[in-house]
Write a protein that binds this ligand. Structure first.
Ligand code: APR
Length: 386
């Protein structure tokens, strides 16, 4: 039983069905919503290798675009890192997540996978036994029950799996004290790179999604509503922070999506509770500062699939016993780098000596990234790695 049809749930479902294991995905959203929901879009090299290994990379091979540079714009000037030529020489593949999810869904159904859309998991019960039960509610609100040998909680940070964890579950968490206004613009990319701008008015970010759609981020006052600023105010603020006067104007267009994102992170430990296992955002939430979320979700799904296949096909439970520890190693390394990026891109809040000291450290980190080859290699390895 898999809760959730996001990257984690659908990669897991594809791998289990390919191994001949019967599974069903319970997804609260409609098929259309699942296939069109714009989310992330930067696939790490490791993620592409996993998808290729399992024959799930056809769409991204055809339509994905390699990406290997990021540009920093700061008070001390602008510099570009060709991270694809640094560290391990790995690149991202830009491929909108909704396209990847649509590919995964199509392959899963074509392989005989079962899914129930508009079916919300309400709770997972008897997880410490061999036949956990999932209580569900369908689109008409009718209750139902499903039982299976294992339940994979791939239903995100607000899903039923997290709500059903036993008292022993530990949640490590951190509120980074920073909010972003995430924007989706009907406009071609303005840079050939991922753009990171630090400014006294706050952070601004630029990430291409497709040749016609670009994602922007603006550091934003916590609690301010997403619709507080007009489109013109948004573009003016983006141009101010990205220093358009020095580096050229941004290519404007209609803002077709807005969402306030409070940068928070959390990690649940352990990721296995008897017959209930967590993967993706259900296992841990990571800030979008380093585009790690979807990549961790795919990695965890492959590790979980291998463990479940060993157990259900060969009666070997070693993979399941080690699942949590294996994933947490990757999760904490990703969290550490994401935290480093947040500190690099945002001036500390507050005033006085403490804040100015931390801001000077931040500028020294940027300067080290600008000038030190070893720091650039470290950055490239962690920026693209998982
Ligand atoms: N019952 C059934 N389905 C649910 C429930 C529920 N109670 N709650 C949530 N869902 C579904 C959501 O509708 C969604 O389709 O679970 C799915 C979770 O998908 P994601 O949020 O994409 O989570 P995941 O697969 O873990 O991928 C995580 O991908 O979205 C990007 O970068 C983002 O870090 C994130 C990563």
């Amino acid at each position: 039983m898999i809760l959730g049809a996001g990257p984690a749930g659908l990669v897991l479902g594809n791998l289990l069905v390919a191994a001949g294991i019967d599974c069903v995905v319970l997804e609260r959203a409609s098929r259309d919503r699942v296939r069109t929901r714009a989310r992330a879009g930067f696939l790490a090299a490791h993620t592409v290798r996993i998808l290729e290994r399992h024959g799930l990379a056809e769409g991204l091979r055809r339509h994905g675009r390699p990406h290997a540079t990021c540009e920093f714009r700061t008070d001390d000037g602008r510099f570009v890192l060709d991270y694809g030529a640094l560290g391990r020489g790995e690149r991202h593949t830009v491929y909108p997540q909704q396209d990847l999810v649509a590919d995964l869904l199509g392959r899963y159904l074509a392989a005989g996978g079962r899914i129930r859309f508009e079916t919300e998991a309400v709770a997972v019960r008897d997880a410490d036994g061999p036949r956990p039960e999932v209580a569900v509610r369908d689109a008409e609100g009718r209750p139902g029950r499903w039982r299976s040998r294992y339940v994979a909680g791939c239903d995100g940070q607000h899903g039923a799996a997290r709500r059903s964890l036993p008292p022993g579950a530990v949640r490590h968490h951190r509120d980074h004290g920073v909010s972003w206004l995430g924007l989706l613009a009907e406009a071609p990319p303005s840079l050939d790179a991922v753009g990171y701008a630090t400014h006294t008015r706050g952070f601004a970010g630029h990430m291409a999604r497709t040749p016609e759609i670009t994602r922007y981020y603006l550091q934003y006052a916590p609690g301010r509503p997403a619709d507080a600023w007009s489109e013109e105010r948004i573009w003016d603020e983006l141009e101010l922070r990205m220093r358009a006067a020095e580096h050229g104007p941004l290519r404007r267009g209609r803002i077709v999506g807005r969402q306030v994102v409070d940068l928070r992170s959390d990690v649940l430990e352990p990721l296995r509770h008897g017959s209930l296992l967590l993967a993706g955002d259900a296992a841990g939430l990571i800030s979008p500062s380093a585009a790690k979320g979807a990549n961790l979700a795919v990695l965890e799904a492959e590790i979980l699939a291998e463990a479940l296949i060993d157990d259900l096909t060969h009666g070997d439970s070693v993979g399941l016993d080690r699942y949590s520890a294996r994933c947490l190693t990757h999760i904490w390394r990703a969290q550490e780098f994401s935290q480093w990026m947040i500190r690099l891109l945002h001036s500390p809040s507050g005033a006085g000596g403490e804040a100015s000291f931390h801001d000077s450290l931040r500028r020294a980190r940027i300067d080290s990234l600008r000038t030190s080859r070893s720091q650039q290699d470290w950055f490239a390895e962690h920026y693209v790695g998982v």
